[in-house]
Design a protein around this ligand. Structure first.
Ligand code: NDP
Length: 246
């Protein structure tokens, strides 16, 4: 019996990067896994093949996390097709960096809609289905604790909202056997933050370890939090940043 056998999971933003690694890891641990994506249909279907290669069921659903009705429908579809839902990973996120005065309200709204409203809406929809052993795992950023370079006001602000949501919701649903946690990645090599990108060498100067982390490093922690052994961990943030914030 695997760690997550007979469990069902939904990972938002599972077509690329950290979300794709989480989806594959949860499938490897025995869960049926649905992923959402907004634009990368082909990549989402590659992830789906990798999920199914683990001998579990998968679904890839096009659902923009900024669109509340699409996201709610994705949660409902997952629960319907998998006959329930045990694990929600709120991973979909967007990041853009520039001076505060250059952000338009449209850009602000987009960041808040995906990074904050999407987590609220997804979690609210999932709570209809989650019961004893249920898990909500949010993906934040180490910049919630320390912001080492300028230009991150909107991103840092949006992700910091998840600290409040995680703590308050954990308090609300704990007695039902549901945990809510927040994983804070530091530099992880993805399209969002490539290890050969323009700010990569600066980020390396902040690391205590040798280099950027890998998407699988975050996936391993999410898989642990999703399992039975993590039943006493709730309402907290776990930083995986290679020592960036030391
Ligand atoms: P990527 O940009 O590499 O991948 C983002 C994923 O989210 C893609 O699958 C993308 O799908 C999906 N996505 C983006 N916007 C939406 C949307 N509106 N609706 C649905 N899905 C969407 O990012 P990472 O993998 O690097 O980041 C994943 C999470 O980790 C984010 O929340 C990010 O903030 C956080 N993080 C990442 C760090 C890093 O160094 N990489 C550091 C700290 C935090 P599609 O291609 O279809 O748009």
């Amino acid at each position: 019996m695997k760690n997550l056998s007979n469990k069902t999971a939904l990972v938002t933003g599972g077509s690329r990067g950290i979300g794709a690694a989480i989806a594959k890891r949860l499938a490897k641990e025995g869960a049926n896994v649905a992923i959402t994506y907004s634009a990368s249909k082909e990549k989402a279907h590659e992830v789906l093949k990798a999920i199914e290669a683990c001998g579990v069921k998968g679904i890839a659903i096009q659902a923009d996390s900024a669109d509340a009705s699409a996201l709610k429908a994705a949660v409902d579809q997952t629960a319907k097709e998998f006959n329930g839902l045990n694990i929600l990973v709120n991973n979909a996120g967007v990041a853009s960096y520039k001076p505060m005065e250059e952000f338009s309200l449209e850009e602000y709204d987009h960041a808040m809609n995906v990074n904050v409203k999407g987590v609220f809406v997804g979690s609210q929809a999932a709570l209809k289905y989650l019961g004893e052993g249920g898990r909500i795992i949010n993906i934040g950023t180490c910049m919630v604790d320390k912001v080492a370079f300028p230009g991150a006001t909107v991103y840092s602000m949006s992700k910091t909202a998840l600290v409040g949501l995680t703590k308050a919701l954990a308090r609300e649903v704990g007695k039902k056997g549901i945990t809510v946690n927040l994983v804070h990645p530091g530099p992880i090599n993805t399209d969002m933050n490539p290890a050969d990108g323009p700010s990569a060498d600066f980020q390396r100067t902040l690391l205590a370890v040798d280099d950027f982390g890998e998407t699988e490093d975050i996936a391993a922690m999410v898989a642990f939090l999703a399992g039975e052994q993590a039943k006493n961990i709730t309402g907290t943030g776990i930083t995986i940043d290679g020592g960036t914030n030391i």
